[in-house]
Design a protein around this ligand. Structure first.
Ligand code: 8IG
Length: 278
């Protein structure tokens, strides 16, 4: 996708919302669905969820949509799907992967999916991710609602003097709804590190002291952009490993993928039942 009419996100004179509008048009054309209502971003361990939440009525490849890149993480899908929820007219826009800050494509690329979802009409977004747990009572495979975050990336997706309020960023209404679906769901504070290296044990101890319960490499920057765009935000982390130094075991991406697979059924069902109610 590169002709003269294609805007480039990394050009500072480009308005990222214009690229998002182009992307939304490409998605509407490619999926045959003019508007979407709810966006879903599938992180590590959540890949199967799209198939459970409803009937997929159209799919586009990320590489055919302005501003999106190819998949950078094993176990993610490089597609965007339009999914019909139950018998209703509600349509979910499901992102099979996300751009991470550690890919070095800049923060605009990280939040491009969120801005595209807003341009496509979505009024709510559900973020999922795989993360490290700081609390020993959360075994690998435990889904946890994000109640608040620590943005440790040192950056923001917002450009210019736009002072966006982040009180109640993670919607109490949507968290309440998630807990109606599964009253055993715990909540925690998510710290976003840049990655892609995992933390040192000292960094995990620091994050814990600062109030983190969950540690990962996504979601906080995207949630900020979602709030700026006026969307309601829900985020669910799957604890796939104990953060470095919390257990004696070293971390591996394989462990993360395995925990994701093992928890996949429960997580997909949970997500499907939540999305139905939003
Ligand atoms: I999955 O322990 C997953 N993603 N930063 N730390 C960070 N990201 C993660 C971790 C983790 N596990």
């Amino acid at each position: 996708m590169s002709d003269d009419s294609t805007l480039h996100l990394d050009d500072p004179t480009t308005d990222p919302n214009e690229v998002a509008a182009q992307a939304a048009t490409a998605i509407a054309d490619g999926t045959g669905t003019p508007r979407h209502d709810i966006a879903l971003v599938l992180g590590s361990g959540w890949a199967g969820a799209a198939d459970l939440i409803g009937e997929t009525v159209g799919t586009v490849e990320n590489t055919d949509v302005p501003g999106f890149g190819a998949v950078a993480v094993a176990g993610h899908r490089g597609t965007i799907s339009s999914v019909a929820i139950g018998d209703s007219d509600v349509r979910a826009l499901v992102f099979g992967t996300r751009t991470h800050f550690y890919e070095g494509r800049g923060v605009r690329a990280v939040v491009h999916g969120v801005r595209t979802a807003a341009a496509a009409g979505c009024r709510a977004v559900v973020f999922t991710n795989g993360c490290g747990g700081v609390r020993t009572d959360w075994d690998p495979g435990t889904p946890v609602l994000i109640r608040d975050h620590l943005n440790l990336t040192g950056t923001s997706p917002i450009e210019g003097a736009n002072f966006v309020d982040l009180t109640d960023l993670y919607s109490p209404r949507l968290r309440g709804l998630a807990r109606e679906v599964d009253p055993s769901l715990d909540e925690g504070v998510y710290a976003q590190f840049r990655g892609p290296h995992y933390e040192t044990p000292a960094e995990v101890a620091m994050a814990r002291t600062m109030g983190a319960d969950l540690i990962g490499m996504s979601t906080a920057l995207e949630a900020i952009a979602a709030r700026q765009a006026g969307m309601e935000v829900l985020a669910v982390s799957l604890v796939t490993n104990l953060a470095a130094g919390i257990s004696a075991q070293p971390l591996s991406h394989e462990e993360v993928t395995e925990a994701g697979k093992a928890a996949s059924g429960r997580c997909s069902q949970l997500l499907a039942r939540i999305v139905e109610r939003i």
